[in-house]
Design a protein around this ligand. Sequence first.
Ligand SMILES: Nc1ncnc2c1ncn2[C@@H]1O[C@H](COP(=O)(O)OP(=O)(O)O)[C@@H](O)[C@H]1O
Length: 289
Amino acid sequence: MAVLNRLFFRCTRAAASTPAFCTKSSLNDLHTAPSSATAALSSALPIDGSKGKGRNVQWVFLGCPGVGKGTYAARLSNLLGVPHIATGDLVRHELSSHGPLSSQLSEIVNQGKLISDEIIIDLLSKRLEDARAKGETGFILDGFPRTLRQAEILEGVTDIDLAINLKLREEALIAKCLGRRLCSECGGNYNVACIDIEGEDGNPRMYMPPLLPPPQCESKLITRSDDTEEVVKKRLQVYNEMSQPVEEFYRSRGKLLEFDLPGGIPESWPKLLQALNLDDHEDKKTAAA
Ligand SMILES: Nc1ncnc2c1ncn2[C@@H]1O[C@H](COP(=O)(O)OP(=O)(O)O)[C@@H](O)[C@H]1O
């Protein structure tokens, strides 16, 4: 943790003067320190993560629980051929493995709190190492970074091109989390909530139809243990407390794309592609399937 704290301190101080202070080489200096989550993250990333011709996208998705980060990140990952890495999935995988961390993690997750930066970076590093071993390049991160420290550490080890901040009206978020279902067999994500919010105060009506499972998944649906009303409210509160500095971090670097979801997937997906200048992408029809 000492190295993380030192890096955090150096990055925070530097942000006021030289934003480029937290470079790969400054992290390399830190590699001489005892093994740390930060060093693991750095070495798990491609050797040259800096922007360059031909390099795949390195994007992050920000947004409240239930906003649809997973849905849109997965679609973009299909479209662009880069891995979609959701830190929530990594945490759930760790929980289901019943390894040494699982009881500690399950207590934190089921209270709607964030797990430590060090543990989440360690899980992410392992996933990125796998990606690297498979020859995958680029990534779309979903659910990371969630704290300013995570954003600073990530920026210190690689270049993030874009942070897409998905936004949805508050009334829809809780309903969407409570309607979320997962197929225990194929891992498919569905939503049984039908959201229909009347237009008022200048806001248009918002209609989001359910995303129902195919017949073969219907009897295998499960609900996440942290998708109860009480835990969802806590997660929204934690998100609202932590998100502003992360958004500001990317805004001040000119990397933040704010995107207000206008409704369900049929309305939102083409508009998101347009906002990302991907609307004439030749594969978009199949990716949306
Ligand atoms: N970047 C992260 N930092 C800390 N904890 C995380 C992070 N990503 C996921 N988690 C943990 O995993 C839980 C589930 O994450 P996720 O599936 O992304 O949920 P959400 O639907 O709230 O966005 C979070 O509530 C948190 O406990």
